[in-house]
Write a protein that binds this ligand. Structure first.
Ligand SMILES: [Zn+2]
Length: 568
């Protein structure tokens, strides 16, 4: 970030003079634009499917190797490092311990947790146990020279749980928050949208370990608050939406969405004043008040299959079954899940589901799909509206699903206080952030046809100094002195994140490329009038707004002006 500029505050001018005194002209820590491998493109490539994808390709941040596999070039890598740094700071801020885990994980660990069936049973069935959503079928696996199967892990619940099971035995070691930032693999059915849905991507995943559910819920609140704060600091307005626990398992789950039209998730949100009552949920999970749609509608019978059991379910005409919610009800009845649902009269002998729901204090609305226009399930006045979201984070309260199966237990004092100890499975949580996906999400929100915009913390370089090429500068001692002074001052204040663009090409092209790359401050010194400088600002403010501005100032004031403008 522009920490140097920030510290300099109003005394930028004095700092610059001091720097000239100390550094002189020769030891500037700047990067020459010509030395950065940045293959830009004049036009949006045909294979760019979204705004962010097109910008990343045009600006020379990234190239595709194969579907879902991306090469991040120097500019893209710098931003990825900055996103990682921001995520790391947020996790360290809540006592996270960073680790680096192997990408290759023995398959047995996944069998221990129950996320994969034992290999023999698996090959007999010809398919993995889990469904396609983040489940077994999307897992890359390979065999080593001994014939052992290794999984290229998409998440690391098993690895961290095994570590904690081996190393911890007392509740006094809790709470514990472990995380890593690393490459993940997922055999996506449809890799697309550039960095948004890739087969190899960078993710931060944190695993938390608490002594009981109360403590685990406090951790959940702490981590989700840190997520919101982090995303806001990156210029985003995240929406925290209730979500299904899916393949990961657990009892409570939220997704963090960045709202954008290309988002692959539909979120239903309460539309009351001031973001409504705060209710938001993935459409797959959302509940709603459907009384208006149900009024006067005929009743339609559905046949629900769960294993060998057949149920009948009446829903008002035009209202569909919510498969996730129905699955949970069936699981609570001891079934493995939902095997099928048909809009058809149930065969004779089918059990009506209504009494089952009623005994759990549920009604038909609890297994029906809400949609935009339905009433908010949480408040009187609100109505649900649908928005598209890019999922950039996910939180799960896991309970003891992994710790019980893998022996991650701690000794706790017994109730009678007799000094004896009882063993208790650790309460876990898991928390992901899509680091490479965040890069794309920021541009879906803040980019435009002219280029990217970054908050200062994420920009590959905070400033670029656009000056005439060396052969021109050499002819003018006055120009050379000005350029050297600006370089020296910028190099210190920009803390190594300053570009000097002295390539032999037109100023117009240099300005266009700076805008395309989303460099927050471009300071342009003309060879013909070197005492004047143009300062071009193009960035995301700390308030999450796009800030584009051009000012022309005396060259002496250029850096101070840029520093002031980027602090907005
Ligand atoms: Zn509401």
């Amino acid at each position: 970030m522009f920490r140097g500029w920030h510290r300099a505050g109003v005394s930028v001018g004095r700092t610059v003079r001091w720097m000239q005194h100390v550094v002189g002209g020769g030891s500037a820590r700047v990067t020459r634009a010509g030395s950065v491998f940045t293959p830009t493109l004049a036009d949006v490539p045909a294979d760019a499917s979204t705004l962010s994808h097109g910008l990343l390709l045009r600006a020379g941040y990234a190239r595709a190797l194969a579907p879902g596999l991306h090469m991040l070039l120097p500019m893209g890598r710098r931003v990825l490092e900055n996103v990682s740094g921001a995520v790391r700071a947020a996790m360290d801020g809540i006592d996270g311990n960073e680790c680096t885990m192997p990408h290759l994980v023995p398959r047995e660990l996944w069998e221990m947790s129950g996320r994969l069936l034992p290999q023999e049973a698996d090959s007999e069935q010809g398919d993995e146990k889990e469904g396609s959503k983040g489940g077994g079928s999307e897992i890359f696996a390979l065999e080593d020279r001994r014939g052992k199967t290794l999984v290229l892990a998409p998440t690391h619940e098993e690895v961290f749980t095994a570590l904690v099971a081996a190393e911890l035995d007392s509740y006094k070691s809790l709470p514990l928050r472990l995380y890593q930032i690393g490459t993940k693999y997922r055999d996506e059915i449809r890799p697309r949208f550039g960095l948004m849905r890739a087969r190899e991507f960078v993710m931060k995943d944190m695993y938390t370990f608490d002594v009981d559910e109360t403590a685990a819920r406090e951790t959940y609140a702490t981590v989700t608050a840190a997520y919101t704060q982090l995303l806001v600091s990156l210029g985003l307005r995240p929406l925290m939406a209730a979500a299904d626990t899916g393949n990961i398992g657990g009892s409570l789950s939220h997704e963090f969405h960045v709202m954008a039209d290309v988002g692959e998730d539909a979120v239903l949100q309460c539309s009351g004043a001031d973001d409504g009552c705060g209710y938001a949920a993935n459409v797959e999970e959302a509940g709603g008040d459907m009384a208006a749609r149900a009024a006067g509608a005929a009743s339609v019978e559905h046949t629900v299959l769960a294993g060998k059991a057949t149920y009948s379910l009446q829903l008002p005409s035009g209202i569909e079954v919510n498969r996730l919610r129905l699955t949970r009800v069936l699981e609570s009845l001891g079934h493995n899940g939902l095997d099928g649902v048909d809009v058809a009269a149930a065969p004779s002998g089918a059990m009506p589901l209504e009494p089952v729901l009623a005994s759990a204090s549920l009604g038909w609305e609890d297994v029906a799909s809400a949609r935009a226009g339905d009433g908010c399930p949480c408040c009187e006045a609100g109505e649900l509206v649908e928005r598209r979201g890019i999922e950039v984070g996910h939180a799960f309260l896991l309970g003891t699903k992994y710790s019980s199966g893998m022996g991650a237990v701690v000794r706790v004092p017994t109730r009678d206080g007799g000094g004896l100890t009882a063993e208790r499975p650790i309460e876990m949580g898991c928390y992901g952030i899509g680091v490479s996906r965040l890069m794309a999400a920021v541009q879906e929100v803040h980019g435009d046809k002219d280029g990217m915009r970054w908050p200062l913390a994420l920009a590959p370089f905070v400033a670029t100094l656009i000056v005439p090429p060396a052969r021109k500068v050499a002819h003018s001692p006055e120009l050379a002195a000005r350029v050297a002074r600006l370089e020296a001052a910028l190099s210190v204040l920009g803390e190594g994140r300053v570009l000097v663009d002295d390539r032999d090409m037109s100023n117009g092209r240099k300005k266009r490329e700076a805008a395309l790359a989303g460099i927050p401050a471009a300071i342009l010194v003309h060879s013909k009038a070197p005492e004047r400088a143009e300062v071009h600002i193009r960035m995301v403010t700390s308030g999450g707004a796009a800030h584009d501005e051009v000012v022309v100032v005396h060259e002496d004031a250029a850096i101070a002006a840029a520093a002031r403008l980027v602090q907005k």
